[in-house]
Design a protein around this ligand. Structure first.
Ligand SMILES: [Zn+2]
Length: 402
């Protein structure tokens, strides 16, 4: 009689257990925002992360993913992209280029300004599975109008009004590609950033006046992108880090990668990182040219930093919690219970791998990161190994398909 009694007692407890929609089992969870770094299960109910703990009951999940060979991280955040559903000009489709890299949140960096942001929102943001956010260009027509050098097109009040209309979607201001030797573009962008209470991302290269940019014009929390590029005077002739860069970091200026097709050089990044100057945020400057020869998608860009010598945890932190903090969206880039279920499952492959930078340089490394599965808003949207699927020999009748 004894076993029967146990069964009777156990049945109601089992019935009370929650039903998980997806259970990522036994992966190495790396969640820097919550200081998690170890083997755990991640359970999803609906579009939320329900539980993160070891040994969750697999029988309570509709879909069980064996993540034993992989790292499970928050969905990656790429804060410097140029995206467009139609592939206009240099911009690329967000879902095709972000989700396979594990990127669940991508910020477009100034492709649109206050005059054309709402068109961008309708055509791209509202139709993408990727969470698309935007740095609004201080130039009214953004990068589309061929008016990036025209100061009269830079209206801080109009930009701030557009940000107030779309809080949480427009997460910053961008100033870029301004050529004249004046501070007008940066100062107007900072004015808009102050009016709207958002950070400014700066792509401006004033040569030997660079210290003035990062020490005086930019505010704490503003983001200098393309940091490891040739146009940023971050190293002296002997490849030593310039002291003003350290001073700028100390006052709170953030330094972003923004790889792109011209702005990431191993000849700069290797000595800078060897001297301890890690980026605050890893980002791609994703566009039609940067995704080709330099392979500046997110997961490859992260692989480059891993092979330069950063630890995997440092790389993941600067692709999740770091960018979430920079864009002031700390509820993103985390596997906190209750957070939106945006998750990347990442393989660390060992072998001999070549990486190209944007300065015609090659670095050969022994590890490669590959995103094998991406969950966005509680749904599997990328699964290169079929981890979430049933083997075809056990898939049952056609009517099972949904
Ligand atoms: Zn860019």
């Amino acid at each position: 009689m004894r076993p029967l009694l146990l069964l009777t007692l156990a049945t109601p407890m089992l019935a009370q257990q929650p039903i998980y929609d997806i259970l990522l089992r036994n992966g190495h969870v790396m969640d820097p925002a919550n200081r998690r770094n170890g083997r755990m299960d991640v359970a999803i109910i609906g579009n939320k992360i329900a539980r993160v703990a070891p040994d969750l009951p697999a029988a309570s999940a509709r879909v069980v993913v064996d993540a034993g060979q992989y790292y499970v991280t928050p969905g990656l955040i790429d804060i410097h992209t140029h995206i467009d559903a139609q592939g206009a000009w240099l911009n690329v489709n967000p879902d095709h280029n972000c989700l396979p890299s594990g990127v669940t949140t991508a910020a477009d960096a100034g492709s649109s300004g206050h005059k054309n942001f709402e068109n961008f929102k309708r055509r791209v943001i509202d139709r993408s599975q990727t969470r698309v956010l935007a740095f609004l260009n201080i130039v009214g027509a953004g990068m589309y109008g061929a008016v990036e050098q025209d100061v009269s097109e830079m209206d801080p009040e109009a930009a701030a009004r557009m940000i107030a209309k779309h809080p949480g979607v427009i997460i910053g201001i961008k100033t870029a590609h301004f050529k004249p030797p004046s501070w007008e573009a940066v100062d107007r962008a900072v004015k808009a950033g102050t009016l709207a209470n958002v950070p400014v991302m700066v792509d401006f290269h004033p040569g030997d006046k660079y210290p003035e940019l990062v020490l005086e014009h930019m505010r704490p929390g503003d983001i200098d992108t393309h940091f490891y590029g040739r146009l940023t005077p971050q190293l002296d002739a002997g490849k030593k880090m310039q002291p003003y860069v350290m001073a700028a970091r100390k006052r709170g200026v953030l330094f972003d990668v923004g790889h792109g097709s011209g702005s990431f050089w191993f000849r700069i990044a290797v000595p800078a990182i060897q001297q301890g100057f890690l980026p605050d945020t890893i980002s791609t400057d994703l566009h039609k040219n940067s995704i080709m020869l330099p392979r500046a998608n997110m997961i490859t860009t992260m692989s480059k930093f891993l092979n330069i010598g950063m630890t995997l945890e440092q790389v993941i932190a600067r692709s999740t919690a770091g960018p979430a903090k920079a864009i002031r969206r700390p509820e993103l880039g985390t596997l906190s219970e209750g957070a939106v279920a945006d998750i990347a499952v990442i393989a660390v492959e060992r072998g001999k791998f070549a990486y190209l930078d944007s300065g015609h340089g090659k670095l050969t490394g022994d590890r490669r990161l590959r995103c094998v599965l991406t969950v966005r808003n509680g749904r599997v949207v990328w699964d290169s190994e079929g981890l979430s699927l049933t083997d075809v020999s056990r898939a049952g009748p056609y009517s099972n398909f949904k």
